[in-house]
Design a protein around this ligand. Structure first.
Ligand SMILES: NC(=O)c1ccc[n+]([C@@H]2O[C@H](COP(=O)([O-])OP(=O)(O)OC[C@H]3O[C@@H](n4cnc5c(N)ncnc54)[C@H](O)[C@@H]3O)[C@@H](O)[C@H]2O)c1
Length: 318
């Protein structure tokens, strides 16, 4: 089986690629190594995680239809796992067009090519942010998601709609995975875990939004990869499934764990809620359990410990 992973040099993509290649799948990675955050981290993920494995790499932008077409011409692809996206809620306030071009235009390119080259299955990343202004918790796949709080969320919802359209028109099997705040080794430098750790190490203040009154389903990378692999290994027609940790954590407790593992206190700069952010994310995991036998294994205590150990190793701290 050959699996094409877009965004394969990204945080989730590289961890997934490593797992799949170790399981014996043929892997093709597509990534444009853009500089939204340091591309060296993307290159290093491939260098360290996929070091001993054989895989194909195309440094191509998913906005480039002709470039992508070459990949489909040169390979027989069984499954697409479409993870490439302009991620980040805050950045979407200042760079709206990047979201439109990659998350909508790039996704459309992928779906068109999947249709033309008869790739039967299309699995893609959506996000908990589609729940937007939803005040009912836990967030269930059955809840209406037509009240986005950021352009990022709107483009993720659009991705879901595009995928369902291709299923309805062309019978393609489409599965959307709504990931909830993923963290762990090789994580994204624009996310809370990384930003807090960086600032604490440098003795700089950390920005704690909404006076710290936020809760998150902080989800460890291995659990998210496990759920994604299960989605690859089962065959559904059309589903959207939440993937998250099974416990919510207060932001303040998350910071406490980082402090404990670094052996250093944070200087906290309490700020009001940021535009586009939500106060609480809590996933209903019943569907993931039922459809995927998904059972997250990682506690936040072990997850943060593992991230900090990686951070110290990668950045040669101490
Ligand atoms: N990390 C999370 O907490 C989280 C939560 C919800 C959803 N998601 C979604 O999961 C997916 C993966 O997220 P991630 O955290 O690994 O992010 P990431 O930014 O680390 O990975 C995305 C990868 O896609 C690549 N990419 C971006 N635009 C591209 C383009 N135009 N052409 C080719 N490659 C491009 C980037 O270079 C990057 O390597 C994304 O779709 C994201 O929206 C992530």
């Amino acid at each position: 089986m050959t699996i094409l992973i877009t965004g394969g040099a990204g945080f989730i993509g590289s961890a997934l690629a490593k797992k799949l290649v170790a399981m014996g799948y043929e892997i093709i990675i597509v990534d444009n190594f853009n500089s939204y955050y340091n591309p060296k981290l993307k290159k290093d993920r491939l260098k360290y995680l996929l070091n001993n494995y054989k895989y194909k790499l195309y440094s191509i932008d998913i906005r480039d239809y002709e470039g992508l077409k070459r990949i489909f011409t040169e390979n027989d692809i069984d499954i697409i796992v479409h993870l490439a996206a302009q991620a980040g809620v805050r950045y979407s306030l200042t760079h709206p067009f990047a979201y439109h071009e990659t998350n909508i235009g790039g996704t459309l390119n992928m779906l068109e090519l999947a249709k033309d080259f008869k790739v039967p299955r299309f699995i893609y990343a959506s996000s908990s942010s589609v729940y937007g202004g939803n005040t009912k918790t836990p967030f269930s796949e059955k809840d209406p998601v037509d009240n986005p709080l950021s352009l990022y969320a709107a483009t993720k919802k659009a991705t879901e709609l595009l995928a369902v359209t291709y299923r309805n028109l062309y019978g393609m099997k489409v599965i959307g995975l709504r990931y909830f705040t993923v963290y762990g080794p090789w994580g994204r430098p624009d996310m809370a875990m990384f930003l807090f750790t960086d600032a604490i190490v440098k003795g700089e203040p950390i920005n704690v939004h909404n006076q710290g009154k936020m809760t998150r389903n902080f989800s460890y990378i291995d659990d998210i990869v496990d759920g994604t692999v299960k989605a690859i290994e089962r065959d559904f027609d059309q589903e959207i499934i939440n993937l998250a940790a099974n416990r919510v954590v207060e932001l303040e407790y998350y910071i406490e764990l980082i402090e404990k593992n670094l052996g250093k206190k944070a200087i906290k700069n309490y700020l009001p809620m940021q535009k586009g952010e939500v106060q609480e994310t809590l996933a209903d995991l019943e569907k993931a359990k039922k459809f995927l036998d998904y059972e997250p294994q990682w506690s936040v205590e072990d997850g943060v410990k593992s991230f900090i150990a990686w951070y110290k190793w990668y950045y040669k701290i101490g």
